[in-house]
Write a protein of this length. Structure first.
Length: 338
């Protein structure tokens, strides 16, 4: 049965949207390999798949709001976040950095510790930026929640976003290596996830004009940013600015997904996306590690064509991510039982 479009569908189809976001991120990393000539023209389109990260951050902000609104005990909140992120991170990062740092690069245990703890990112911009980013989101969320639950939540959201812009400028001046990879502009979509969580929970009705308007605003904002930044020479600054346009695209995609899935009425498609969404964080982390290990292997150095990305790297990453998900799920059940 078709349903009226409402914000609640973002939560109802959350796993499917998570699945799509993971697929988009995987696609966005494909141009890191050599593309055949006939695909070079679509390289910019493939790279735009990193909008999946913005979608992931919106859903993360929404999920944190749901969780914290039920139980505002700070200790419980952080313990849940640690179990959700730390378990897969340890399972994936420990073997990865043993291979990269200790076996291949012959680094000492100090570097290994820096990478595992994500401190290396803050020290010199190395390591996995996404884990460093999401940890900060978790740490500051209780403050964001309190700010957004005051009498003027919109005002608080504006202040937070202004703070993010200021942080971007500060990091550009004093911590350029981190700025180049962290992209604090993406904090805006995380804050929006927190802001819209009450509407999503209350299933506020909307019309198709909202997702269509979001996509329209993406193009308007993108064009405006390109015009404003036309004389800026640094690519990383332009890229960071464009992240603000991605916010509109991410919002539009998240609202279109439920509409499309209802229209398609394909149970197999729903199940596939839902399954992929269930391992989204694991497959996101794993495919980056597998891709890096592949690129430094003897076979990988000789076969950097994109076909090997989809025939070897992605399938191996999905299988390993599924295994990690199973292991961490058992660990959580065991901890709950104790």
């Amino acid at each position: 049965m078709k349903k009226n479009l409402n914000w609640g569908m973002v939560s109802e189809y959350r796993n499917e949207i998570f699945g799509l976001s993971a697929i988009l991120v995987i696609i966005s990393h494909a141009p890191g390999m050599k593309l055949p000539v006939y695909l070079e023209s679509v390289r910019p389109l493939l790279i735009h798949g990193n909008i999946g990260v913005d979608i992931f951050l919106f859903l993360s902000g929404m999920g944190l709001w749901f969780s914290f609104s039920k139980d505002q005990n700070i200790k419980n909140f952080y313990m849940k976040r640690i179990r959700r992120l730390l378990s897969p991170w340890i399972c994936i990062a420990v073997p990865y950095f043993i291979i990269q740092d200790l076996l291949v690069s012959s680094c000492d245990f100090g570097q290994f510790f820096m990478d595992i703890s994500t401190l290396s990112f803050w020290a010199n911009g190395s390591g996995m930026w996404f884990v460093s980013y999401i940890v900060v989101c978790y740490l500051v969320f209780p403050l964001v929640f309190k700010g957004l639950n005051r009498k003027k939540p919109l005002f608080a959201a504006v202040i937070i976003c202004i703070g993010l812009v200021a942080a971007n400028i500060f990091m550009y001046i004093y911590f350029y290596d981190c700025f180049a990879r962290l992209e604090l502009a993406r904090g805006g979509i995380f804050v929006l996830g927190c802001c819209f969580a009450p509407k999503i929970q209350q299933k506020k009705e909307i019309t198709m004009a909202v997702p269509i308007g979001c996509i329209f605003m993406y193009f308007v904002t993108r064009i405006a940013i390109v015009l404003i930044m036309r004389n800026v020479s640094q690519v990383v600054v332009k890229t960071t600015a464009i992240r603000y346009a991605y916010i509109w695209a991410a919002m539009g995609i998240m609202l279109f997904v439920p509409v499309f899935l209802q229209w398609a009425d394909n149970c197999s498609l729903n199940k596939a996306l839902r399954w992929f969404g269930g391992i989204s964080i694991e497959v996101y982390l794993m495919h980056v590690c597998v891709m890096n290990i592949y690129s430094i292997s003897a076979f990988g150095r000789e076969h950097m064509e994109v076909i090997y990305y989809f025939l070897i790297i992605v399938p191996v990453s999905v299988v390993l991510a599924w295994g990690v998900k199973g292991v961490t799920a058992k660990l959580r059940i065991s901890q709950a039982g104790n």
